[in-house]
Design a protein around this ligand. Structure first.
Ligand code: V47
Ligand code: SF4
Length: 369
């Protein structure tokens, strides 16, 4: 930690005081932190907050992602994954293919993460049956499935309420919602990049209802495209406000935009400094979120490891097969083993903790993969 005088010199004296006393930061404080050229100074404030909440622990989960289909009625301009129905590169996994993937992971999965595009035809009952069968194959695993955007899409398609969709998914075995689809809540950005998608208010409303029904969720922020720093911080503030009411968010995940193969392909990818600062400001702004994830798929493993010193306390997991980031040019590997993740966390000087989706500790020894 730097001296108070150094923070004063950087114009962050007041923020230093607030963080030291555990007081809430304002949107303007968040903007000022982003504007600070000294990423180490910002990072060490975040590290203080991170250590207060999570000590030296760094979490990971043994999970598997399933992207059931990339067919999507929306055409978000930052997305390299989605295709329209009938496109040469459109895919749609059958129930059998999905179950084969889920079954091939042995019986040591703690989480199955299921997401896809907003498919025009697949009925809700397909997903209810699918979740039930995944649960039969991996009864020990928690199922984290369907973003708020997919939930709203199911409701519209079936002409039923969001509450009914959530109740049916919960009944089928969905334990929590992943954090995708939040992007940045700014109407300006959404109008330009994803006008067909559920808007920011809609996303927050689906998640609020889920939390009220006991379905917890994560929250993401896609950054590094056309959004302003103010819009990033406002996004965080909106999440913080909802968390004050429901307490249902488990983890916040800043997602670094991968531009390749998207209509924004000419844009430069995010820089390492921006990635680390975004993690740090997230940790400092989201004082009521217990966990900040360094998602190695989008960040690369090396930067995710470094991010543990900039406010992050979670590494995500083994993942196994990832399409959304990799179709957009993510340079990271496809999967990691438990021992690789534990080694990376230990090498950074933190204590690895294997967790479930809700951050309950999973007590078992690492034996090989
Ligand atoms: O919703 C789309 C984003 C999200 C790109 O909850 C892109 O634990 C970067 O939400 N570059 C899906 N990002 C991923 C996601 C997620 C991942 C891991 C863990 C969890 C969790 C959630 O990916 C989408 C969208 O916001 N995305 N295109 C892109 N080119
Ligand atoms: Fe569809 Fe999601 Fe891609 Fe948008 S980000 S086009 S909603 S799959």
């Amino acid at each position: 930690m730097f001296e108070q005088g150094y923070y004063k010199k950087l114009g962050l004296g007041e923020i230093f005081g607030k963080v030291s006393e555990g007081k809430r930061l304002s949107i303007e404080d968040g903007e000022r932190l982003f504007g600070c050229p000294d990423v180490l100074a910002v990072g060490s404030l975040a590290h203080l907050a991170r250590t207060r909440i999570n000590g030296q622990k760094a979490y990971y989960v043994v999970n598997r992602h399933i992207n059931y289909s990339n067919v999507c009625v929306n055409g978000c301009r930052f997305c390299a994954f989605s295709r329209k129905k009938g496109d040469r590169l459109a895919f749609e996994l059958s129930e059998e293919q999905i179950l084969e993937k889920v079954g091939s992971s042995g019986n040591n999965l703690t989480e199955v993460h299921v997401v896809g595009g907003c498919h025009p035809d697949l009925p809700l009952v397909f997903f209810e049956n699918l979740i039930g069968k995944i649960k039969e194959l991996q009864p020990q695993a928690m199922i984290k499935a369907f973003t708020a955007v997919e939930v709203a899409h199911f409701a519209k398609k079936e002409a039923i309420s969001v509450g009914e969709v959530l109740a049916r998914l919960k009944g089928a075995g969905v334990r929590m919602l992943p954090g995708g689809g939040a992007e940045v809540f700014s109407d300006r950005v959404r109008k330009l990049l994803c006008p067909e998608k559920l808007d920011g208010r809609g996303w927050l409303e689906v998640v609020r209802q889920a939390h009220e029904m006991g379905i917890r969720s994560n929250a993401t922020m896609l950054y590094g495209h056309i959004e302003t720093v103010r819009e990033r911080v406002e996004h965080m503030a909106a999440l913080r406000e909802l968390q004050d009411v429901t307490g249902g968010f488990v983890c916040f995940i800043p997602l670094a935009f991968q531009p390749s193969n998207t209509p924004l392909g000419e844009m430069a990818p995010t820089t390492g400094v921006d990635d680390l600062k975004t993690i740090a400001v997230s940790r400092l702004m989201l004082d009521n979120f217990a966990h900040i994830k360094a998602y190695w798929v989008m960040l690369t493993v090396k930067l995710a490891q470094t991010a543990l010193y900039f406010g992050a306390d979670d590494f995500d997991g083994t993942v196994v097969e990832e399409k959304i980031g990799h179709m957009a040019g993510a340079q990271s590997q496809q999967a990691m083993t438990r021992s690789e993740i534990e080694g990376i966390i230990r090498a950074a000087g933190f204590d690895p903790v294997e967790r479930d989706s809700l951050f309950g500790a999973v007590g078992r020894k690492v034996t090989g993969g």
